[in-house]
Design a protein around this ligand. Sequence first.
Ligand code: GTQ
Length: 338
Amino acid sequence: MSTTTETVTQPETSKWAPSKEDAEELVAAALKVHTKPLWMEMARLNPPEPNPQCIPYIWRYDEVRPSLLRAGEIVDESKAERRVLMLVNPARDSPYTTDTLYAGLQLVMPNETARAHRHSAFAMRFIIEGQGGFTAVHGRRITMQRGDVILTPTWNWHDHGKDGSGPMIWLDGLDLPNFRHFPVHFVEHFQQARYPADDVDSNESPIVFPWKAMQQKLDEKKGDWSSEDYLKKDGRPVSKILGGSAERLNAGCTSSAVRETASSVYHVVTGKGYSEINGQRIEWKQGDTFCVPAWNKYQHTAEEDQTVYLYRFHDKPMLTSLGFYRVEGVDVESLVSD
Ligand code: GTQ
């Protein structure tokens, strides 16, 4: 197949040089019957490059945590349903953390319950701090431990609660932005605050990824930088829409630069360092959460004396299944043909 484009030269005296009045008259007539000339908007609708609206941004734990704890004092969790501070991208409104991902920091205090509900949206949660918290999914109660990733698959009843003292805080990752396009998001509320549940062992549950096992896998891999996907037993990503991974970056080391159509929300599990995102340097440390919008080149660096572990969730499974996943420098024609 030829890929050359020919320029078609129009004859000088032809109907292809309409007067300004003719052109305006045509547009007005078209608009009147609710149509619009595509040729005037071709570049907007078929842009030469991915054009996310969201920008790189960081939510520093030290800055967000006080408001979250204050919400724990003045916002009744039984009325709030979920006590969450959404991480809103400065370029857009909620629910956009990136153009396709939603993230929020959720707080449960002792003896509280975030009431049982179920919905079409998929959630994956990274546990940041606290002890004695639990989430019950589909009648199975899972104890939350720092660093664990816990899934709430689509349509599963779930509630969150807490025993013991002190706050329990985690990072929610959901596919809520999709439902701005697909108006198919249902929520159902259970008649009681808690859905009846039995305790399960986190090491046995298919919806829990304990940090200990993940860190071990990262450490077993060779090299200054390693990455490991959160995958189901059969090797598939954790959902059709969202996926996740964790990364290890040795002290003083830098990961390779990547530019891809997927967007990501990163959370710093341990350590200190910085990322270059679209030429912007963003410094981070443990507890911070930052976003990488689609097609923004990114690269992470760990400080000289700190091994860094990062958690990340992204929209790669959705983009891959739709044929939209692409990394700069790789010709995709063969990848998307099926
Ligand atoms: O825990 O069910 O951050 O439904 C946003 C929507 C958390 C949840 C969020 C939700 C939840």
